[in-house]
Design a protein around this ligand. Structure first.
Ligand SMILES: C[S@@+](CC[C@H](N)C(=O)[O-])C[C@H]1O[C@@H](n2cnc3c(N)ncnc32)[C@H](O)[C@@H]1O
Length: 271
């Protein structure tokens, strides 16, 4: 229990430390922007206009601004108070306070969220990888969704072909296999530590199936396209990167390939 609390605090402090610059660095990263576009279009595809969405691990609120402007009713939560501060400022500056509410709350504290039911839960770029007890989170998320509601999540996967190839070529086997660790891994961020659990799609969806969900769609993000930390490559090789991203769009949902990718994008429906 004490170890879990320590890990949660490490992760909180790590994200606090990057909150001020997080949005700028994300917006400048063409790979992250392309991935974000794909995740947001999945939201538009699965959630009716004006629907109520619970954003789990909203960061500085980039998606909440886009979705709020598109007419969705957003409740956004994050475990980093500095990220929450950034998101609130952003929502305020965009004049979206009537549509977007930002709360300082961890996903592991969902039982403390004020009453309300949502059409969708949403989690972009790995917040669910930082939750110590995914089974408990699955039950709490299910409790917040109406029947037929969906969870749309981009989750950091285990089999990232670029990463395996890159570090294997360098002979750095420990780094090449880091995503295959059984439990939580301490991932460095700005000199601090984010405690991360990597999942295959099958491992990830198991507790959600136990909580009454069924998979609707699944695809890999960054199967052939490079992962976000290779933004230098993407900037030098714009045409190749775009071609690889289009290839991902074409084949990323194919049976073996959808189990791969820097992230996977999964939609689970509450039955
Ligand atoms: C990689 S960022 C993604 C932020 C945002 N979803 C986006 O797309 O820009 C991960 C976010 O998850 C948050 N986070 C990490 N652990 C969390 C937890 N247990 N509960 C809620 N948020 C958490 C972090 O504070 C951080 O803002």
């Amino acid at each position: 229990m004490a170890i879990t609390q320590r890990a949660l605090l490490d992760t909180q402090h790590a994200f606090d430390s990057v909150a001020a610059d997080y949005d700028r660095s994300n917006t400048a990263n063409p790979i992250l922007c392309a991935m974000r576009d794909r995740v947001l279009s999945e939201v538009r595809r699965h959630v009716v206009a004006g629907g109520r969405i619970l954003d789990l691990g909203c960061g500085p609120g980039a998606d909440d601004e886009v979705l709020g402007k598109a007419g969705y009713q957003m409740t956004a939560i994050d475990w980093s108070p500095y990220m929450v501060e950034q998101a609130r400022r952003r929502v305020n500056d965009a004049g979206l306070t009537a549509r977007v509410s930002v709360q300082y709350l961890g996903i592991h504290q969902l039982d403390q969220l004020s009453a309300g039911t949502f059409d969708a839960a949403y989690s972009n770029f790995g917040p669910l990888n930082c939750v110590p007890d995914l089974s408990n989170a699955a039950v709490e998320i299910s409790a917040r969704l109406r029947p037929g509601g969906v969870l749309i999540a981009s989750v950091i996967g285990r089999v990232c072909p670029w990463e395996i190839a890159l570090y294997a070529l360098r002979g750095d086997w420990d780094r090449a296999r880091v995503r295959f660790a059984a439990g939580s891994v301490g991932v460095p961020l700005n000199g601090q530590t984010v405690w991360t659990r990597y999942y295959t799609p099958t491992e990830f969806e198991r507790p959600f199936v136990g909580a009454g969900f069924k998979r609707a769609t699944l695809r890999g993000l960054g199967v052939f396209a490079p992962p976000p930390y290779l933004e230098g490559f993407a900037k030098r090789h714009v045409t190749i990167t775009r071609a690889l991203q289009r290839l991902d769009d074409f084949v990323g949902a194919w049976p073996a390939l959808r189990m791969c990718g820097d992230h996977f994008l999964i939609v689970l429906k509450k039955t």
